[in-house]
Design a protein around this ligand. Structure first.
Ligand SMILES: Nc1ncnc2c1ncn2[C@@H]1O[C@H](COP(=O)(O)OP(=O)(O)OP(=O)(O)O)[C@@H](O)[C@H]1O
Ligand SMILES: Nc1ncnc2c1ncn2[C@@H]1O[C@H](COP(=O)(O)OP(=O)(O)OP(=O)(O)O)[C@@H](O)[C@H]1O
Ligand SMILES: [Mg+2]
Ligand SMILES: [Mg+2]
Lengths: 228, 228
């Protein structure tokens, strides 16, 4: 259960102030499947970084399962992120000097699994996103869409209860993008995982049951008429 | 005029061999507007890097305006790239410690323009892609789509005769993507600039008059029925 109230994010650049988020209030219930849309620069990634506990707002509140995230210590926040949230970055953010499989294993390093169990889980997740045979490639030995899928596999491997994905199909052809969306749908329907994803493609947004539209740092439309 | 014959690119990984390009032969005439499509990992970026003189094939020939590119010295190649080719990378490839406007000015550093002329041209090109007000931001102070537009502006600023763009609208909402495509169309129609762009979106491919489809490192379809 996600609740944000009056979320504001201000960046100062010299003598100007940029309100990347200008007062966002909304709730996302457990098990929802939400698409976030809006023009380039409208605040979507900034909002996702707040939800994913990767950044703190300038003001406003964020309650995750009733816990005020703003009041948590750095360690507690990192633990929350690692255990309950799977985050797919718009820019993938893979470690360049680490192979695909090692990138995917990263989130599992502190959850008590053995090296063998981590390797097995990572292999299975990479196969699920269609990357078997690419496990030992480094990011610069992978196509754009393959790097994106490594980032997706890394977000899924710890079986998170929340998936936040920022343009997860932006570098994927239609068929591969559809395969990824079916993974998200299956996790949402079978395991009740909450999915919030940013997209600018209407056919990707069509997989969601709710569409939130950003403009200039605010939510200007919240459309729940979608059929998932 | 672009002519490639039996272009092959092989990557060796340990004891396996990956044929990223497996014999590509085609011609692109001056002033054409071509869309390159195909599944993730099918060889599109590898092909674009060959065309953009950023990489050399394992075997095969590439003739650019009748000149065999493979036989050129490093210096001559760099000069060719800088003067005649505008390249938009799939991953943007902006310099992280350099502002947007300085990133855009880079290709102009060796063409004899004064600093004032470079600044003026860069400002105008940034405005054209909708980024006025963002000139002094650094890449990490820009949204994904804004970074992409800086990469596009940088490719256009030297008035190249060839534009190679790898997923130029992948991080742009539909409206902003349309604005970028109209820039490419105008350059193609008014100035006769040859445009080759990779996309996985059919409505973007619809701006082109020819669609080339890749699969497993080969061209499997070359469709000239498109109405630009
Ligand atoms: N340096 C490298 N070493 C090994 N394999 C590589 C290297 N670079 C690319 N490849 C492989 O070559 C194939 C083609 O890659 P390419 O980047 O051209 O694909 P693409 O069509 O652009 O894909 P996408 O749509 O995902 O961007 C991929 O399977 C990729 O894993
Ligand atoms: N560190 C920063 N400093 C200053 N401004 C920033 C910073 N990060 C983001 N911005 C600005 O905040 C605004 C919102 O950025 P954000 O990345 O959230 O947009 P977005 O909706 O994700 O866009 P896109 O669709 O292009 O990815 C943009 O105008 C951007 O220039
Ligand atoms: Mg973004
Ligand atoms: Mg590519």
């Amino acid at each position: 259960m996600i609740e944000v109230r009056d979320l504001v994010k201000v960046y100062s650049l010299g003598d100007t102030e940029l309100r990347a988020l200008d007062g966002v209030s909304l709730t996302v219930g457990d098990g929802e499947f939400v698409a976030v849309m809006g023009a380039s620069g409208s605040g979507k990634s900034t909002f996702m970084n707040m939800l994913g506990c990767l950044d703190r707002p300038t003001s406003g509140e964020y309650l995750l399962d009733g816990v005020a995230v703003g009041g948590l210590s750095k360690d507690r926040l990192a633990e929350l992120r690692n255990r309950t949230i799977g985050f797919v970055f718009q820019g993938f953010n893979l470690l360049a000097r680490t192979s695909a499989i090692e990138n995917v294993e990263l989130p599992m390093l502190y959850n008590g699994m053995s090296a063998g169990q981590r390797r097995e889980k990572a292999m299975a997740t990479l196969a699920e996103v269609g990357l078997e045979g690419r496990e030992h490639h480094f990011p610069n030995q992978l196509s754009g869409g393959q790097q994106q899928r490594v980032a997706i596999a890394r977000a899924l491997v710890n079986s998170p209860s929340l998936i936040f994905a920022d343009e997860p199909t932006g570098n994927l052809d239609t068929k591969t993008g559809g395969e990824i969306m079916r993974i998200f749908c299956r996790l949402n329907e079978d395991k009740g995982i909450t999915v919030v994803l940013v997209t600018h493609e209407l056919d990707i947004a069509g997989y969601a049951r709710r569409r939130i539209h950003f403009r200039d740092g605010r939510v200007v439309e919240d459309d729940r008429s979608g059929g998932g």
